[in-house]
Design a protein around this ligand. Structure first.
Ligand code: UGB
Length: 606
């Protein structure tokens, strides 16, 4: 190499690694020594970093070689699941409000205090097109609580109730795209009440972007000394839990369950206790929380896969692979709904996973946590030789069961989506398209509607009379944003906890157009309430606010569609909803007190 004379031994070694990885083209056009020498060294330092942090074996040499194999298979149309036959796996379907649900919630409640939480938040959310980290998105407009605030408050509340003095740890997987903003947000809000030592940030590294079937890496546009990189997928979380020693430390600290969750699923933790009850009862090493899945919905299907040689596994089949797998194994209609239920027979994966900590640590020690990778190039034409844009290898956290033996106890807990799953993933256009297909829009507006719906529905399950609000269209997406009910985690997270807020549910009546906020970390008890308007109840830790009797009538708060003018100047978080919340009349009560009013109250502080 012409430039050998200017490189140190280490740098020359790196250049050789790149050659061996089939990446000589990246240096082929380098000018003669004396020109850009510092930039060449910077380039080699990046290559060193990529070599050292590359997931899987063999650094970038291994990465490029796996890419060539996967790209060859993809070009030939090889189905990675060829030879496997899917069937519906064993699992438990839960109905909140049933005796069985209460039994499992009680059984799992004892284990909540032994949980560690892993939040995968390295994704930029390209489908959503939001300018900031998704963890900062407001879950709803009444309190404007962000996803990060909500998760931390829920963990804190569960810790207070079930932790018996232990801190429940939280690991957040970030990437170069999200690391700085996530840690700045935690710092700016004093870790949202969590002890900084219970929060660990683990950072996933990006991998080289690939331009062709020969696995050749790509340079950044306009920078011939910078390799273009892309995210490797949420599956990196297991390698990082191992490499950073988090899993081992948690196990030593007495953590018995590892709970994985996504960045914008505000409903993730309400059914945790019940799902843990299932893990305990069935002794599950891996328990995937699941929902009844609509055919073609962009969530994977959980299936038992078996092969003639006797191998078997229960694993998620990603949504783009389920249809070909079904067609290739004798189900000629592919991914379709069962006409009897109106749902796909395969439970929908929501990437909310509960792992038993002991077996998880053992598997990580044995395998390092590296998961099977896949590639998903968008080909420019039928020849499948050129790509529309560079691709990369990826991996998914829910593929973890592929590391386990066929005997491993892997199962699922399925429940209605209103209780466990409503992520915010889609831009307005994509959300409209999803809704037109009959699948949930996964928009900012549906995420908000489902936050309110959760509490309305839980109160109904307990026996309260909560009216149902009408569906309205905002930016072409139909959502029901009323009644707006928010119960903060400090008051209740689970159905069981909510019971003590409304001990006489038959005496609680909430009209369709109402807003009820129950805030704080104290005790709120509502014996008898007739609400038509907006009511805010707030009790700080140690305080008890007891509503013995209260009738409220005021004009309340309302969601209003943004006018064309407002849309231009509105915050991005409102534009992506298509409406704003107009806060009109309200009635409030806070602090330790008893409220017993025989008259009808309208506005102001009680
Ligand atoms: N994420 C990372 O932390 N790092 C990455 O490199 C990429 C993502 P997406 P996806 O819930 O509807 C998943 O992009 O991958 C984080 C399941 O595979 O939102 O398309 C990211 O920050 C699918 O089976 O989702 O699909 C976010 O928190 C189904 O469950 C999380 O990973 C689907 O989610 C998910 O990333 C769904």
């Amino acid at each position: 190499m012409d430039n050998k004379g200017i490189l140190s031994d280490e740098e020359f070694g790196l250049a050789t690694v790149l050659q061996e990885a089939g990446q000589g083209h990246l240096m082929a056009q380098w000018p003669m020594p004396g020109t850009d020498d510092d930039l060449k060294r910077k380039f080699l330092q990046q290559a060193k970093h990529l070599h050292e942090t590359s997931p899987g074996e063999g650094g970038i040499i291994g990465y490029a070689s796996r890419a060539r194999k996967l790209l060859a298979d993809s070009a030939e149309g090889v189905n990675p699941l060829d030879g496997w036959s899917p069937s519906v796996p064993e699992g438990v379907a839960l109905e909140p409000g049933s005796a069985r649900y209460a039994e499992l919630e009680e059984k799992g409640g004892g284990e909540v205090g032994a949980c560690g939480f892993v939040l995968v938040a390295g994704g930029l959310g390209e489908r959503l097109g939001y300018g900031d980290i998704k963890l900062k998105l407001p879950t709803e407009l009444c309190t404007e609580t962000s996803y990060l605030t909500l998760y931390c408050a829920q963990i804190q509340a569960l810790q207070t109730r079930y932790g018996e003095g232990r801190l429940l740890p939280l690991a957040i997987m970030v990437s170069d795209d999200t690391a700085d903003k996530t840690s700045a947000e935690l710092d700016a809000h004093q870790h949202f009440g969590l002890d900084p030592k219970q929060v660990t940030l683990i950072k996933q590294e990006k991998v080289p972007a690939i331009q062709d079937n020969d696995g050749r890496f790509v340079l950044e546009d306009g920078d011939k000394y910078q390799i273009s990189t892309k995210p490797h997928g949420h599956g990196d979380v297991h390698t990082l839990m191992h490499r950073c020693g988090v899993a081992r430390r948690w196990r030593e600290d007495g953590v018995r369950w590892c709970v994985f969750m996504q960045d914008t699923n505000g409903l993730a933790l309400h059914s945790l206790a019940a799902a843990l009850g299932v893990s305990v009862e069935l002794e599950l090493e891996v328990n995937s929380m699941a929902i009844p899945r609509k055919a073609k919905q962009a969530v994977g299907g959980i299936a038992r896969l078996t092969r003639e040689d006797g191998s078997a596994m229960t694993v998620n089949v990603e949504y783009n692979q389920l249809d070909p797998l079904l067609r290739g194994s004798g189900h000629k209609d592919g991914d379709t709904n069962d006409p009897e239920t109106g749902f796909s027979p395969y439970p929908g994966n929501i990437n909310q996973l509960l792992f038993a900590m002991g077996p998880y640590c053992e598997v990580l020690e044995k395998t390092g946590g590296a998961l099977e990778e896949f590639v998903n190039p968008k080909y420019a034409d039928e020849s499948r030789t050129t790509f529309k844009k560079p691709t990369r290898l990826e991996c998914m956290m829910q593929d973890y069961p592929k590391l386990l033996s066929p005997e491993a106890k892997v199962g699922f807990t399925s429940m209605a989506p209103w209780l466990c799953f409503s992520p915010v993933k889609n831009s307005l256009g994509d959300a409209q398209a999803a809704q037109a297909k009959g699948t949930p829009p996964a928009s900012a507006s549906s995420g908000e509607a489902d936050q309110y719906h959760l509490w309305a529905e839980l109160l109904r399950k307990l026996g309260c009379a909560v009216e149902t609000g009408a569906v309205q269209e905002y930016e072409g997406i139909g959502v029901s944003l009323s009644p707006r009910i928010v119960v903060q985690p400090g008051i209740a997270v689970t159905l069981h906890e909510l019971k003590s807020v409304v001990p006489s549910p038959a005496d609680v009546k909430i009209s369709a157009d109402s807003t009820l906020l129950v805030l704080g970390a104290g005790t709120v008890v509502i014996d008898k309430l007739d609400l038509d308007g907006t009511l805010i109840l707030q009790a700080a830790a140690g305080e008890t606010l007891h509503v013995k009797r209260l009738t409220v009538r005021n004009s309340g708060w309302h969601c209003q569609a943004l006018t064309a003018e407002e849309r231009d100047s509105a915050a991005e978080t409102l534009r992506m909803r298509g409406y704003r919340l107009a806060k009109g009349e309200q009635c409030e009560a806070s602090g330790a007190k008893v409220i017993d009013r025989s008259d009808t109250v309208s506005t102001g502080a009680l």
